[in-house]
Design a protein around this ligand. Structure first.
Ligand code: SF4
Length: 289
């Protein structure tokens, strides 16, 4: 496997930073078309608590770039990151306009879109194909688990077979697929977690974002956690699982994230993810990065 930094340097010739964007989309798992209440771990912000909203895409990107440009320096590029909710769950023309606006911004060299496998109809795929021809396109799919049983428990509201089909369709239009996987979901054994990684590798995913299950305020998971129905992984235990997962990945797989860190102000557990610097140091030491 290679890290995202190594990959970006190879492909773009320099470091890449993300400029997060919020557009007017929701999620079929929240508005009732597939489900209500969302996945049990997902907060009201739709996994995008760090991004701005209510301003134009160009202004959101401009603001995000100005916040990191001093640190990033001149030799850096930016990825327009459509992060919150399900960014392909909208009118294809709306998405097309949003992508055009983002791509035209100074400094933007690639686009990344977070979405669900069941929101990639033919018209949306045509829009994404056009975007992939314009500049590198990353599409992030929240798989979390390959077990349909766990998926039902976490209220994911789509079948794993839909993920497999989506990866195939996205690769066919030239997108680079990044798969989100959560370790430590309720009821999952180590073997089940490795099965998720294997399925994703076999499906042809190009990159991975791993995270431990974390508990945010006002989510269904919070109630399960308070009722002692869910156990949260400790740091060593979690990274033992990551280490095992890395052994399954092919040499060219890109690891974009070794673990996630939920927004501190609404994060209930695990405590260890709150000390980001210590976690980063641990990851660098343990995985020789
Ligand atoms: S699909 Fe994504 S945005 Fe929708 S509820 Fe699940 S995690 Fe949240």
């Amino acid at each position: 496997m290679i890290t995202a930094n190594q990959y970006f340097r190879k492909v773009f010739g320099h470091k890449m930073y993300k400029a997060s964007i919020t557009i007017c989309v929701t999620c079929p798992n929240r508005d009732g078309s597939k489900g209500t209440g969302g996945c049990i771990f997902c907060s009201e912000g739709g996994s995008g608590e760090f991004s701005a909203s209510g301003i134009s895409i160009a202004d959101q990107i401009g603001k995000a770039i100005s916040q990191v440009s001093a640190k990033a320096g001149d030799d850096a590029g930016y990825i327009a990151y459509f992060q919150s909710f399900t960014n392909t769950y909208c009118d294809p023309r709306y998405l097309e306009n949003a992508l055009s606006e983002a791509s035209a911004c100074d400094g933007i060299e690639a686009v990344s879109i977070a979405t669900r496998p069941d929101c990639l109809g033919a018209e949306i795929l045509a829009v994404l194909k056009k975007q992939a021809e314009r500049m590198p396109l990353f599409v992030e799919l929240g798989l979390q688990t390959s077990s349909d049983e766990t998926a039902e428990f976490i209220n994911r509201c789509y079948k794993t077979s839909e993920y497999v089909e989506a990866v195939k369709a996205l690769k066919a239009i030239g997108a680079n697929v990044i798969t989100h996987i959560i370790f430590g979901l309720p009821g999952e054994t180590r073997d089940m977690m490795m099965d998720t990684v294997k399925l994703s590798v076999d499906s042809g995913s190009d990159g991975y974002k791993f995270t431990c299950l974390y508990v945010l305020e006002n989510t269904p998971l919070e109630k399960l956690y308070r009722d002692n129905k869910v156990e949260i992984l400790g740091m060593e235990e979690y990274f033992d699982i990551v280490e095992e997962a890395l052994k399954i990945l092919p040499d060219n797989a890109v690891v974009h994230r070794f673990t996630g860190d939920g927004p501190k102000k609404i994060l209930i557990a695990p405590e260890w993810t709150k000390n980001k610097r210590a976690v980063v140091n641990y990851i660098n030491r343990r995985f020789g990065l």
